[in-house]
Design a protein around this ligand. Structure first.
Ligand SMILES: *[C@@H]1O[C@H](CO)[C@@H](O)[C@H](O)[C@H]1NC(C)=O
Ligand SMILES: *[C@@H]1O[C@H](CO)[C@@H](O)[C@H](O)[C@H]1NC(C)=O
Ligand SMILES: *[C@@H]1O[C@H](CO)[C@@H](O)[C@H](O)[C@H]1NC(C)=O
Ligand SMILES: *[C@@H]1O[C@H](CO)[C@@H](O)[C@H](O)[C@H]1NC(C)=O
Ligand SMILES: *[C@@H]1O[C@H](CO)[C@@H](O)[C@H](O)[C@H]1NC(C)=O
Ligand SMILES: *[C@@H]1O[C@H](CO)[C@@H](O)[C@H](O)[C@H]1NC(C)=O
Ligand SMILES: *[C@@H]1O[C@H](CO)[C@@H](O)[C@H](O)[C@H]1NC(C)=O
Ligand SMILES: *[C@@H]1O[C@H](CO)[C@@H](O)[C@H](O)[C@H]1NC(C)=O
Ligand SMILES: *[C@@H]1O[C@H](CO)[C@@H](O)[C@H](O)[C@H]1NC(C)=O
Ligand SMILES: *[C@@H]1O[C@H](CO)[C@@H](O)[C@H](O)[C@H]1NC(C)=O
Ligand SMILES: *[C@@H]1O[C@H](CO)[C@@H](O)[C@H](O)[C@H]1NC(C)=O
Ligand SMILES: *[C@@H]1O[C@H](CO)[C@@H](O)[C@H](O)[C@H]1NC(C)=O
Length: 733
C-alpha cells in the first residue's frame, strides 16, 4: 500500500472522526505528551511551528480527532512528521497518546531503542519508523499493536528475532527490511497476519527456508526476502498465491528448479531471483505470466534453452539471465516484446546467429551477449535499434567487422560498443562514419590488421579506446591528442612503429580535472550504480567508470624518446611504455605526473639515471625500469624503498645499497623477452552488470526509480552498473 493511499486512508479517518483543525485547545494530557516528545528532541531539530501555545491540534504534523460525543476534536489521532530532520530519542510519552491511529516518524535521525510504552497504542493502525537509526528489539513493542494495518520499521538497526510476534488480524503491510534481524523464518512469522498484502523481510540475517508459507495470507501481493541467508527449495505453496505480483528472493542460497507451477502466478510482475543456486531448465510456462515486466535471474546455475514462451510476456522490460549455463540458439520471437529495454544474456553457452527479430525491440537500450558462442554476422536489422546505448558482443565468434560497424553506425545513440575477442585476423575497416555518440569503444584481442583508422578521429566523444592485442601497424596518429575526452587509451600488444607523438600529450582529460572522465557514466547515459549495503543507510551513486586514466603502448616497436611534455598528464594514473625501443633519458618531468600509480618503462633502450625527483611520485605503487641501460644510484625515500629488485634488474649500472651495491660488478641478466601470456583484457569478458540487491521491495522500488524519502520517479536503468570485471591493469607480468 502506498503512502499516498495511507494519506487517503488517514483523511478517511479524519472525516470519520470528525476532525477539525480549528479546535480551541487540545487534550491536556496529549499536549503534555507532545511537549515531552519535543523536549526529547535535540535542540537543533525543534519543530518550529510547535510554538508556545497550547493549541496542539494546529501544530505542524498533528491531526486531532473527536472522541465519542465530543463536539470538538481534541485528541491527537495522527502524528505525521516524516523527513523533518528530527534528532534524538523517541519519547516514551508517545505511549500516552492512546487515541493515536497513525504515527509516521520516517526518514529522520531518531536513535536509541523503542520505548516499551509504544505497545500501549492499542488503536494504532499505521506505524512508519523507517529510515532512522533505531536499534534494539522490535517485536516486544509490535506485540501490543493489535489494530496495526501497516507497519514499516525498515532501514534501522533493529536486532533480535521476531519470535514474540503476535497475531495481527488486520495487518496489510509488514516491512522490517534492512535491519539486523535474526532467527528462523517460521510459520509464526508467515501467519502473523490474515490478509497481509506486502511482506518485506529483505536485508536481514534470517535463516531457514520458505516452508510454512501456506500459513500466509492468500491475499499476498508482494513477498521480498532478498539478501538474507535463506536456503532450500522453493515450496510448492509459493505457487499458490494467485495475487502475488512481486516476488524477490535475490542473494540467498535457494536451490533446486523453478517449478512449472510458476504458470499459476498469473499476476506476477517482478520475478527477481538473481544470486542464488537455482539450477535446471527454466520452465517453458511464461505464456501465462502476461504481466511480467522484470525477470532477473542472473548468477544462478540455470541450464538448457531460453524458454520460447518468454516471447509472450509482452510487458517485459528487463530480462537478465546473465551468468548461468544456458545453451542453444536464441529463437525467441522478440517481435512480441516491444517494451524490452534491457537484455542481458552474457556469460552463458548460447550459440548460433543473432536473431533478426531482436531489432523489433525499439526500446532496447542495453544489450549484452558477451561471452557466449554466438557466430555469424551482426544482422542488418540491428540498424533499427535506435535507442541502443550499450552493446557488448565481446568474446563470441562474430565475423565481418566491416559489416558490423556499417550496421551499428546507424544506431545513433550508441555510447558503448564492445566487440573485443571476435573478428579474428580481419582487416580494420578504413572507412566508417557515424558513431558520434560513442564514448567507449573496445575492439581488442581480435588480431586486426591495418593502421589505426582515421575515422576514429570523428568519434569526438570517445572517453575510452581499447585496441590492444591486434596486429595494427603504422604510427600512432597525432590526432588522437585532439580527443578532448579520451582518458583511457590502450594500444598495447600491436606492431606500432615511430615515435610517441608530442600531440598525445595534449589529451585534455589527462591534463586537467575539470574535464570529462568523472562524468563518464552519467553523461553517457550508461546507468549509474546504486548499491545498498547492510551498513549504509542510503543509496550510493557510484559515478564514472572504474577505469583509471591510462596510456598503455606496451609491446610495440615504438622508438624515439619519451617527450618531456608527458609531465602535462597530471591526471594520468597508469603509464605503460614497456617492451618498445624507446631510447634517450627519462625526462625529469615524469615526476610532475602527481597521480601516477603505475609506471612501467621496462625493456626499452633507456640510458642515464633515474631522476631523483621521482621520489615525489607519492602514489606510485608499481614501478619498473628493468632491462634498460640505466646507471647510477636508485633514489631512496618515498615509494622507492618499497620497490623490489625486479623493478631494476637487467640494467648495467644501477645501484642501491640493499641489493645492487654500488661499485660491484653486476652481471645483468640477459634480456629475455618475457613470454607474453594473453591476459584478460577488461573488455574481453561480459561486462559486469550488477544490480546490487537492495532489499525490501526496494529492488522494485529502484526499478521503478522510487527513491526513498523523496518519492521521485526516475528511469529504471539507474539500478545497473556497467563496468568491466577487471580493472587492474596488468600486462604480461
Ligand atoms: C514503508 O514500507 C511500505 C511498504 O513496503 C512502503 O510503501 C512505504 O513507502 C515505506 N515507507 C517509507 C518512508 O519508505
Ligand atoms: C526525555 O524527556 C523526559 C521528560 O522531559 C526526561 O525525563 C528524559 O530524561 C528525557 N530523555 C532524554 C534522553 O533526553
Ligand atoms: C539546548 O537547549 C537547552 C535549553 O533550551 C540549553 O540549556 C542547552 O544549552 C542547549 N544545548 C545546545 C547544544 O544548544
Ligand atoms: C511560554 O509560555 C510560558 C507561559 O505561558 C512562559 O512562561 C514562557 O516564557 C514561554 N516561553 C517562550 C519560549 O515563549
Ligand atoms: C458524553 O457521554 C458521556 C458518557 O459517555 C456522558 O457522561 C456525557 O454527559 C456526554 N456529554 C455530552 C455533551 O453529551
Ligand atoms: C481470515 O480472514 C478471512 C476473511 O477476511 C476470514 O474469513 C477468516 O476467518 C480469517 N482467518 C483467521 C484465522 O482469522
Ligand atoms: C495458462 O492458463 C490457462 C488458463 O488460464 C490454463 O488453461 C493453462 O493450463 C495455463 N498454462 C500453463 C502452462 O499453466
Ligand atoms: C513473431 O510474432 C509476431 C507477433 O508478435 C508475428 O506477427 C510474427 O509472425 C512472429 N514471427 C515468427 C517468425 O513467428
Ligand atoms: C537518443 O538520444 C537523445 C538524447 O539523449 C534522445 O533525446 C533520443 O530520444 C534518443 N533516441 C532514441 C530513439 O532513444
Ligand atoms: C600536432 O602538434 C603540432 C605542434 O604542436 C601541430 O602543429 C599539429 O597541428 C598537431 N597535429 C594535430 C593533428 O593536432
Ligand atoms: C624509428 O622508427 C622509424 C620507423 O621504423 C624509423 O624511420 C626512424 O628512423 C626510427 N627513429 C629512430 C630515432 O630510431
Ligand atoms: C560533470 O557533472 C557535473 C555534475 O553533474 C557537472 O556540473 C559538470 O559540468 C560536468 N562536467 C562536464 C565536463 O560535463
Amino acid at each position: 500500500m502506498t503512502y499516498l493511499r495511507w494519506v487517503f486512508f488517514a483523511c478517511f479517518v479524519c472525516s470519520s472522526l470528525g476532525i477539525q483543525t480549528l479546535s480551541q485547545s487540545c487534550d491536556p494530557s496529549d499536549l503534555l505528551a507532545l511537549k515531552e516528545f519535543a523536549g526529547n528532541l535535540t535542540n537543533e531539530s525543534i519543530i518550529t511551528s510547535w510554538s508556545n501555545n497550547s493549541f496542539c491540534c494546529q501544530w505542524d504534523g498533528v491531526v486531532c480527532g473527536k472522541e465519542g460525543n465530543e463536539s470538538v476534536a481534541t485528541r491527537v489521532a495522527m502524528l505525521i512528521l516524516p523527513k523533518k530532520g528530527l534528532k534524538g530519542i523517541i519519547s516514551r510519552s508517545l505511549g500516552r497518546l492512546d487515541k493515536l491511529k497513525l504515527l509516521d516518524l520516517s526518514c529522520n535521525h531518531f536513535e536509541g531503542v523503542l520505548p516499551a510504552e509504544l505497545s500501549n497504542l492499542k488503536q494504532l493502525q499505521v506505524l512508519d519508523l523507517s529510515h532512522n537509526m533505531l536499534r534494539g528489539r522490535v517485536s516486544p513493542v509490535l506485540f501490543g499493536l493489535k489494530m496495526i494495518q501497516s507497519l514499516n520499521v525498515s532501514s534501522n538497526s533493529f536486532s533480535g528475532d521476531l519470535m514474540e510476534l503476535g497475531g495481527f488480524p488486520n495487518l496489510l503491510v509488514f516491512n522490517v527490511s534492512n535491519n539486523s534481524l535474526t532467527g528462523m523464518l517460521n510459520s509464526q512469522i508467515w501467519s502473523a497476519s490474515n490478509g497481509t498484502e506486502i511482506l518485506d523481510l529483505s536485508m536481514n540475517h534470517f535463516v531457514g527456508n520458505l516452508e510454512g508459507l501456506d500459513n500466509c495470507s492468500s491475499s499476498l501481493k508482494e513477498l521480498h526476502a532478498d539478501v538474507n541467508s535463506l536456503s532450500g527449495h522453493l515450496p510448492g505453496s509459493l505457487y499458490s498465491f494467485p495475487s502475488l505480483q512481486q516476488l524477490s528472493l535475490s542473494e540467498n542460497y535457494f536451490s533446486g528448479q523453478l517449478s512449472k507451477e510458476l504458470s499459476k502466478l498469473t499476476s506476477l510482475n517482478y520475478l527477481i531471483i538473481f544470486g542464488n543456486h537455482f539450477s535446471g531448465e527454466l520452465p517453458n510456462v511464461f505464456g501465462n505470466l502476461t504481466n511480467l515486466e522484470f525477470f532477473i535471474a542472473n548468477s544462478n546455475f540455470f541450464s538448457g534453452p531460453l524458454p520460447l514462451s518468454l516471447a509472450l510476456c509482452s510487458k517485459l522490460r528487463v530480462l537478465d539471465l546473465r551468468n548461468n549455463s544456458l545453451t542453444g540458439s536464441i529463437d525467441l520471437n522478440f517481435t512480441g516484446l516491444p517494451s524490452l529495454g534491457i537484455l542481458l544474456l552474457g556469460s552463458n553457452r548460447f550459440s548460433g546467429p543473432l536473431p533478426n527479430s531482436l531489432a523489433d525491440c525499439h526500446q532496447l537500450k542495453i544489450l549484452s551477449l558477451a561471452k557466449n558462442g554466438f557466430a555469424g554476422q551482426v544482422p542488418e536489422t540491428f540498424a533499427k535499434l535506435k535507442s541502443l546505448l550499450f552493446l557488448s558482443l565481446s568474446n563470441n565468434s562474430f565475423v565481418d567487422l566491416s559489416k558490423a560497424l556499417s550496421v551499428l553506425q546507424q544506431c545513433k545513440n550508441l555510447t558503448t560498443l564492445i566487440l573485443t575477442k571476435n573478428f579474428i585476423g580481419e582487416e580494420i575497416p578504413k572507412i566508417v562514419s557515424g558513431f558520434e555518440s560513442l564514448m567507449v569503444l573496445g575492439i581488442g584481442y581480435c588480431g586486426l590488421k591495418g593502421h589505426i583508422p582515421v575515422w576514429l578521429s570523428s568519434c569526438k566523444k570517445l572517453h575510452v579506446l581499447d585496441l590492444a592485442w591486434n596486429h595494427l601497424d603504422g604510427r600512432i596518429p597525432p590526432w588522437i591528442g585532439l580527443m578532448e575526452n579520451l582518458f583511457y587509451l590502450d594500444l598495447s600488444n600491436n606492431s606500432l612503429i615511430g615515435e610517441i607523438p608530442i600531440n598525445l600529450t595534449e589529451l585534455k582529460s589527462l591534463i586537467s580535472t575539470n574535464c570529462c572522465s568523472s562524468n563518464l557514466t552519467s553523461a553517457a547515459g550508461i546507468p549509474l550504480f546504486v548499491k545498498r549495503t547492510r551498513s549504509s543507510n542510503g543509496l550510493q551513486y557510484k559515478q564514472a567508470s572504474s577505469f583509471p586514466p591510462s596510456i598503455s603502448l606496451s609491446n610495440n616497436m615504438i622508438n624515439g624518446t619519451i617527450p618531456p611534455e608527458v609531465g602535462r598528464w597530471k591526471q594520468l594514473h597508469v603509464l605503460d611504455l614497456s617492451r618498445n625501443n624507446i631510447s634517450g633519458t627519462m625526462p625529469n618531468s615524469i615526476s610532475e605526473m602527481q597521480n601516477l600509480e603505475y609506471l612501467d618503462l621496462s625493456s626499452n633502450d633507456l640510458i642515464g639515471s633515474i631522476p631523483k625527483s621521482f621520489d615525489k611520485l607519492t602514489f606510485l605503487s608499481k614501478f619498473s625500469v628493468a632491462y634498460n641501460h640505466l646507471h647510477g644510484e636508485i633514489p631512496t625515500g618515498g615509494q622507492f624503498d618499497t620497490f623490489p629488485a625486479s623493478s631494476f634488474e637487467g640494467n648495467l649500472g644501477l645501484c642501491r645499497e640493499i641489493d645492487f651495491p654500488c661499485g660491484s660488478s653486476i652481471v645483468p641478466k640477459p634480456v629475455i623477452p618475457q613470454q607474453l601470456t594473453e591476459l584478460e583484457s577488461p573488455f574481453a569478458f561480459d561486462w559486469k552488470v550488477v544490480m546490487i540487491g537492495y532489499g525490501t521491495g526496494i529492488i522494485i522500488g529502484l526499478v521503478l526509480g522510487y527513491i526513498f524519502c523523496t518519492r521521485k520517479y526516475e528511469w529504471f536503468d539507474k539500478i545497473y552498473e556497467m563496468r568491466p570485471n577487471r580493472i587492474e591493469i596488468k600486462r604480461g607480468r
